[in-house]
Design a protein around this ligand. Structure first.
Ligand code: GLA
Length: 396
């Protein structure tokens, strides 16, 4: 939905009978490069996008948390102090697992859920669901920042990212890493977040897309995926097997020069899984260096190599993503790759401003010719991370 902030406040008042304390917003993300490296304690380079989730939050005078949304008619309500029992009993289901999971995870990180004020939360989002753009992390990050402010917890943004990840892992049930929440909380205009997923040290790296007259075109295949089931967990397990066989605590400790030894020790599939992660970590480091030394026009080969590695070694691409990448390249993109966890979702292409509509049209035509469902294409702009909306924005 794209409800205006004032319409959200009206809906909140109609639903709850009083006005919210404020509205917090958090972006979805696109990963420029560094895929399936986060849970291997490696490097990632995502950026926050200009599609955001907003959470209008008000205080109740009891210990209850109640969540509603602008996109469906459901609501979920629990005693905050009983969230842990509800989680254990599997009673937290559907999209409400994201905001409720965050409240629970804040408790796991030290908030005293038996003494904080109750809250009403209304969620609205313009981050497309299922496109691999982390609509879930956007909800988690907006709610985490709101509750951190309203409950005076004083947690850092890095810690709030861990809170969101814990909600996703233990309440939603998806064994994902720390990348999405970090991008949503730490992003900055025209910049990417270079994150070391071992130390959690984050640095903002200017992308310089505007100056180079480059756009990021998202090609959403509309093939849906879920990281709570299937392939994602299997890939994660293969990485752990590979690291253990190499005598390493994680693949972060395996480098490109160890790959010959990995080839001797591992079966073919595990070797290729390991090779993807190890080379992808190196590509993130190379991308940061190329951005600093040469700028974004020089990134094409790294993006293309990343896609090939995910297609052939990690095997998480699908024909629609491969076609999107190949067609975008053929029509003038500087580089292209699938982005996110894979098995569906979106590809990104780095495209000169002047060629955006040509590339989008070429991809749509190629999909029609291949008999694939029509993709959705749109550009995204690297944007600022989560924030409380100002009074001026709320009035506007
Ligand atoms: C999903 C997960 C992230 C990350 C990516 C793959 O988006 O949520 O933690 O593992 O897949 O890079």
């Amino acid at each position: 939905m794209n409800t205006s902030a004032s319409a959200m406040i009206t809906q909140f008042a109609e639903t709850n009978g009083y006005s919210p304390e404020g509205v917090w917003s958090a972006p979805g993300r696109v990963n420029l490069i560094g895929e399936h490296t986060d849970y291997n304690e490696g490097f990632v380079l995502p950026f926050a996008i200009d599609r955001r989730t907003r959470a209008a939050v008000g205080l109740r005078n009891d210990g209850v948390i109640r969540v509603t949304s602008t996109f469906d008619n459901t609501s979920a309500e629990f005693e905050l102090a009983a969230l842990d029992a509800a989680r254990t009993a599997g009673e937290i289901v559907g999209w409400s697992a994201y905001p409720l999971g965050v409240a629970w995870a804040l408790g796991e990180h030290g908030a005293d859920l038996a003494s904080v004020t109750g809250v009403d939360i209304l969620i609205d989002s313009t981050v497309p669901v299922g496109a691999g753009l982390s609509s879930s992390a956007a909800i988690e990050s907006s709610v985490a920042l709101a509750l951190n402010d309203l409950w005076n917890l004083g947690f850092s943004r890095e810690k709030l990212a861990q809170v969101g990840q814990l909600a996703e892992n233990d309440v939603v049930g998806a064994p994902t890493g720390i990348m999405d929440q970090s991008a949503s909380l730490l992003g900055a205009t025209d910049s990417a977040v270079f994150l070391d997923c071992r130390s959690l040290e984050a640095n903002v790296v200017p992308l310089g897309l505007a100056a180079a007259e480059l756009s990021i075109l998202v090609i959403d295949t509309r093939v849906s995926h879920s990281h709570a089931t299937g392939g994602y967990a299997e890939r994660r397990a293969a990485c752990e097997t590979g690291a253990a066989a190499m005598g390493a605590s994680s693949l972060r400790d395996v480098s490109v020069s160890d790959l010959d030894r990995a080839h001797e020790l591992l079966d073919d599939v595990t070797y290729r899984r390991v090779r993807h992660v190890v080379t992808e970590n190196q590509r993130v480091l190379d991308t940061v260096r190329v951005l600093r030394e040469e700028g974004p026009l020089a990134l094409g080969a790294l993006l293309d190599e990343s896609h090939v590695s995910m297609r052939d070694d990690f095997e998480i691409s699908i024909p629609e993503l491969d076609l999107a990448v190949e067609t975008a390249r053929g029509a003038g993109a500087i580089g292209a790759r699938m982005t996110g966890g894979g098995f569906g979702g979106a590809a990104i292409a780095l495209v000169p401003h002047a060629l955006v509509s040509e590339v989008a049209t070429a991809v749509r035509t190629a999909f029609a010719e291949a008999g694939f469902g029509e993709p959705v294409t749109f550009t995204v702009t690297p944007s600022r991370g989560a924030e409380r909306m100002s009074t001026a924005e709320l009035d506007g």
